[in-house]
Ligand binder design. Structure first.
Ligand code: ZN
Length: 507
């Protein structure tokens, strides 16, 4: 199985061109299992250089709204392709084309990150902070040969915030195209392994786009990975752009990086359908020939497995499961709504925790001697919860969307910040199930969102105060706290909240 760090197939299709390298119909035959699919707002291309030495000016900044519209269109193209957009490592399987949604250059994102969470929901799992131009988050390197990647200022405050938000959500931060000052800003602050999806060794090819030895060392020390770019201008010692470039040039970079920082830190980052590649390779059809060349150079068995897919899988696993970091930041305190309800019971009983998330409420219930069924759509969250609960806990877990799940009758149903995320059309049925499942004398605890919540426009289930009161008609209300004001989201952004914190006893 071959997983690849970068391709521009979507851009080819978006600009109405035929793919040069990626023929999805033949992917299975050559073991191409996909990888990072870039969405890229080009905003007009640079003149392509023909000969080294070359020096191209930095592309001017791109207007954000145009970038947003372009990348939105490209996302729709990707979603319509015969590929599987993967959001979790377990979903990446051989025998099909797995697409990791990647934005190359963060121009389409709002600098205040207000739309990052909705992109994440849509499937975005990797972001290149910049392409080769400045944007609100940082500065890219201009294309030049020979040249140093040390070309300008580091990340902006928005760039720092983006790295932190990606760490929290579990999104890869890609340093390819980033200048050196920006690279070191990422290296100092990220909590995830450092990833360069499509860059090479500067010691072998002095392109500004390539990584110095010090940068390679930092990537290795972080447990990260470098995807080797197949573009001759990033491979060759003379920087020439010619398809008469032997496959040994790719092997040379793999070898250099593996020797310097270890074979567990090098992978492929083809740049298929974005650059011209060696004629001997041609496209994905030539991948078996590249593997032969690597075998001849001594990369076999386990080493070859690491290079072709194992290293990418390891880094994705590390990066996409942010729960450890999330736990530290979010803390384990149970929600006041749950505490209000649970303290009113004389003895522990059986609780259902809908959309348990990090499990802060489930763990509190277990501590208090309750039996708990926790339901969450994220298998990672459920795994982590089980780990934290430890052996012998009276905990049962289920991976399911709470809209589809069923559960037995319970003494307490807890739904902390869960129910508003049910699509409005499905809410009445879900609420009826919630009410039905609670035994007489049992309790409900949770949140509903009001109409002035900032997220009200984004398709959540929203209620007026009168509607919440009506929903609670089957209950003797014990807690009714309407909150409206600014407050932090999970990733620490400030938003306007309008929330009803409610708890009550079923009549
Ligand atoms: Zn690129």
């Amino acid at each position: 199985m071959i997983l690849d760090g970068h391709n521009d197939l979507v851009d080819r299709l978006w600009t109405g061109k035929k793919p040069m390298h990626i023929d999805l119909a033949n992917a299975g035959e050559v073991g191409f299992a996909g990888g990072f699919f870039a969405l890229w707002a080009s905003g007009g291309r640079l003149e392509t250089p023909r000969h080294a030495p070359y020096s191209l000016p930095l592309d001017p900044p791109l207007e954000r709204e145009q970038a947003r519209l372009d990348v939105e269109e490209q996302a729709m193209i990707l979603e319509a392709l015969d590929v599987t957009i993967v959001k979790r490592v377990e979903e990446i399987v051989p025998g099909r084309v797995n697409a990791i949604m990647h934005i190359e250059g963060a121009e389409p994102l709002a600098p205040d990150l207000s739309d990052l969470e909705s992109w994440f929901q849509r499937g975005l799992r990797s972001i290149g902070i910049v392409w080769s131009r400045p944007n609100a988050f940082g500065s890219g390197v201009p294309f030049a040969f020979p040249g140093s990647p040390d070309t300008g200022p580091g990340l902006t405050q928005a760039g720092h915030d983006l790295v932190q938000a990606c760490n929290l959500l579990g999104i890869v931060v890609d340093v390819s195209h980033l200048n050196e000052a920006g690279f070191w800003d990422v290296a100092r602050h990220t909590q995830a392994p450092i990833v360069a999806t499509h860059s090479n060794a500067h010691a072998l090819c002095a392109s500004t786009r390539n990584l110095t030895d010090a940068q390679l060392d930092a990537i290795g020390a972080s447990g990260g990975v470098v995807g080797v770019n197949f573009g001759p201008m990033f491979l060759r010692e003379d920087g020439e752009i010619t398809s008469r470039t032997p496959l040994s040039e790719i092997v040379r970079h793999v070898d250099y990086i593996a020797t310097r920082i270890g074979v567990e830190h090098v992978a492929f980052g083809s740049d298929f359908d974005g650059v011209n590649v060696p004629r001997k390779l041609g496209g994905i059809a030539g991948l078996p020939r590249l593997l032969d060349a690597l075998r001849k150079a001594g990369y076999d068995g386990e080493a070859l497995e690491r290079i072709t897919h194992g290293n990418w899988l390891r880094v994705l696993e590390e990066t996409w499961k942010p729960w450890g970091r999330y736990f530290r930041l979010a803390g384990l305190d149970a929600r006041p709504t749950l505490l209000d309800a649970v303290e009113r019971f004389a003895v522990p009983g059986f609780a259902v925790d809908l959309g348990a998330g990090t499990g802060r409420d489930t763990l509190e219930l277990l501590r208090r001697g309750w039996r708990v069924l926790s339901i969450d759509k994220e298998a990672d969250a459920v795994d982590r919860l089980q780990e934290h609960a430890g052996e012998g806990a009276q905990l049962e877990t289920r991976v399911a969307r709470f809209e589809d799940a069923s559960w037995p009758a319970c003494d307490l149903l807890n739904a902390s910040f869960t129910l508003p995320f049910c699509p409005p059309a499905e809410f009445p049925r879900l609420w009826a199930r919630v009410v039905d499942s609670i035994v007489a004398g049992g309790r409900f605890a949770g949140q509903l969102f009001g109409e002035r919540d900032e997220w009200a426009r984004t398709g959540l289930t929203i209620h007026t105060r009168a509607e919440v009161e009506e929903l609670l008609a089957p209950f003797e209300v014990e807690l009714f706290d309407e909150f409206e004001g600014e407050g932090p989201t999970v990733i620490g952004k400030t938003k306007h909240w309008h929330v009803f914190h409610v708890a009550g006893r079923k009549r």
